[in-house]
Design a binder for this molecule. Structure first.
Ligand code: G3P
Length: 217
């Protein structure tokens, strides 16, 4: 499973990249707003730190506007994935961009019907929003399972990118169901490392080691 960081905070991205476990980054207009930085500058900087896909989202709602914005964004680096919304115009842009060899992340997916359309439009990634579905008492994880089934039925190459992640079990459950990628806030990725028995085990090993009076170097 690939891990993407869902953030526009460069310090968080650098910290995660240093683990060697980070495969890409996703941003959206809200995360750019939160960063307080210029969109193009921040995407450029992220792309210089991470060699995997970096998603940058268009904000135009019409096809021509999306294509104009995508032309600017794709010039930043070859590993920019253009993020388009799951609308007729977004999927038209998806088809044109992916036909041209540009990676496309189709975002704001809330149903398997939408995911089927995105695969037909040649999306590189489909982003089902798990947390936002759970927030309205719907079953986000079931959507991952349904998309996996549909994509496998037809051998669609579109990668399932589980998004809107709220806690570590969303990541684990997405992995169990065969999502190809997960994008999560860095804080949640760091939580994956945590287990109280690991901390306790280290403490007791160190105590016993000190009692030996030895040193490795
Ligand atoms: O980047 C898309 C998605 O991950 C947003 O998550 O937490 O705003 O629902 P959230």
């Amino acid at each position: 499973m690939k891990f993407f960081a869902d953030t526009a905070e460069i310090s968080e991205i650098r910290e995660l990249a240093a683990t060697g476990l980070l495969d890409g980054v996703t941003t959206n207009p809200s995360l750019i707003h939160k960063s307080g930085r210029n969109f193009l500058d921040v995407v450029k900087e992220i792309a210089s730190v991470v060699s995997g896909p970096v998603s940058a989202e268009v904000v135009a709602l019409d096809y021509d506007g999306m294509m104009r914005e995508a032309a600017v964004l794709r010039k930043i680096a070859d590993h920019i994935a253009i993020k388009v919304p799951l609308t007729p115009a977004g999927l038209k842009a998806c088809k044109a961009l992916s036909g041209d060899g540009t990676m496309v992340n189709v975002t704001l997916c809330f149903s398997s019907a939408q995911a089927l359309l995105a695969a037909k439009a040649g999306a590189t990634f489909i982003s089902p929003f798990i947390g936002r579905l759970d927030d309205i008492s719907s079953d986000g994880m079931q959507l991952i399972a349904d998309i996996r089934l549909i994509y496998d039925n037809y051998d669609y190459g579109t990668q399932i990118l589980a998004a809107s992640i709220r806690h570590p079990m969303h990541i684990v459950d997405s992995a169990k169901l065969g999502a190809d990628v997960v994008t999560a806030p860095p804080k949640i990725i760091w939580q994956l490392f945590k287990h109280p028995l690991t901390d306790l085990g280290i403490a007791s090993f160190l105590k016993d080691w000190e009692a030996t009076g030895q040193k490795i170097v």
